[in-house]
Design a protein around this ligand. Structure first.
Ligand code: EPU
Length: 342
């Protein structure tokens, strides 16, 4: 099919974002190869349109329509490299479904990403916010990212250390639009210790945590723990944690603790990471809902689109939550999903 034939006009995006908010893409293209990606970018540049690269649509809010070209990355590929007695390298095309990749690796007996089961989205989006859950982050196993560098139009391979990973952050997030990720490489292990220490997971596993569990058994446990607290986007549209857990200084934490002895925080060198869910919960938002949008009743960090909410509805709710947390605790919440369109 020619590139022109793949180009669609005025495409409704509600099925392509997990918050299920309605927005229209002026132009839209599914892209499954590097050649098509380059072609789509040239087309947009020639015709004066901005571009938006979409993966699973699980970490963004459409504030309105997108007047340019939406490119949905669908490069599917999944294979092993450099397998030896201790481990193997899993190569994933950017369009691969992340959760399916986790199950694929865990069922082959490889450890490293089983705690990241059920995180919505694609493999290519995973490095952008350095996805993390239950004590594990993508950067713990990531070897390299292959991406199209739009400044040079070259395909580059960035090693882990070059990706600037931090908590829910990376070079890709800090330089929006520059890199389009086409594939990632993960080094997985046959014998690396499992990470079972995160409280919810430990509680769920109980005594079985002492037994020699398979990576797949851990993935299943993570799935069960997530099902208990986190809403399934297919049933209650959401974008996962809507805010990052804020990091404050030790002094600010001590002041907070003096005023609120139950405040939840995890010390890390001289800073403390606060549980944003606790701050939001304590500000009275858990389970709140208006006619269209609300806050999940089992995890206050997750905003839900209950009934035809727009991106603006979600952003207004987020703004109200930020203001009330700021007023009550003097802590600034930072949004995790990106805002696009409008
Ligand atoms: N809490 C409340 N109220 C709530 C929920 C939690 O007070 O409604 C308290 C809990 O009691 C707990 C603390 O807040 O002491 C932390 O809660 P939890 O362990 O559920 O984790 P979280 O900090 O809310 C983070 C990630 C999640 C990840 C979980 C598990 C961020 C922003 N969120 O949530 O990631 O699944 O840990 O590792 O780091 C995501 O990014 O989309 C996401 C879901």
């Amino acid at each position: 099919m020619s590139l022109k034939a793949k180009l669609q006009e005025n495409v409704e995006l509600s099925a392509l974002n997990t918050l299920r908010v309605s927005a229209t893409a002026r132009f839209y293209m599914d892209v499954a190869s590097l050649a098509d990606l380059r072609g789509a970018l040239v087309w947009a540049e020639t015709n004066g349109y901005t571009t938006l690269v979409l993966g699973g649509g699980s970490n963004l809010v459409f504030a309105g329509d997108f007047a340019g070209l939406v490119i949905r990355i669908q490069m599917a590929d999944r294979y092993w490299e450099q397998a030896d007695d201790t481990g193997a390298t899993l190569v994933l095309g950017a369009g691969e479904n992340w959760h399916h990749a986790v199950l694929y690796a865990a069922s082959a007996g490889y450890r490293g990403i089983e705690n990241l089961a059920l995180i919505p989205g694609t493999a290519g989006a995973a490095p952008v916010q350095n996805i993390g859950a239950y004590g594990v982050e993508l950067c713990d196993t990531l070897v390299s990212v292959t991406a199209l560098d739009r400044e040079t139009n070259e395909l580059v391979c960035l090693e882990n250390a070059e990706c600037g990973f931090a908590y829910r952050d990376s070079l890709f997030k800090r330089s929006p639009g520059r890199y389009i990720i086409t594939a990632i490489r993960l080094r997985l292990s046959r014998d690396k210790p499992l990470q079972l220490g995160y409280r919810d997971l430990e509680e769920y596993l109980g005594d079985t945590a002492d037994k020699d569990l398979s990576a797949f058994a851990v993935a299943e446990a993570v799935m069960a723990v997530r099902h208990r607290k986190l809403p399934d986007p297919a049933i209650l549209p959401n974008a996962g944690s809507f805010f990052k857990n804020p990091v404050v200084s030790g002094e600010q934490f001590n002041e907070l603790q003096a005023a609120h002895p139950d405040v939840v925080g995890y010390p890390k060198s001289r800073t403390v990471k606060l549980a944003a869910a606790w701050l939001i919960d304590q500000s009275g938002w858990k389970g709140y809902r208006n006619a269209r949008v609300g806050v999940h009743n089992r995890q206050a960090l997750v905003l839900i689109n209950h009934s035809g909410g727009t991106g603006q509805d979600v952003l207004e709710l987020a703004s109200d939550i930020r203001q009330s947390v700021q007023k009550r605790f003097g802590v600034e919440l930072e949004m995790e999903p990106g805002i696009v369109g409008g």
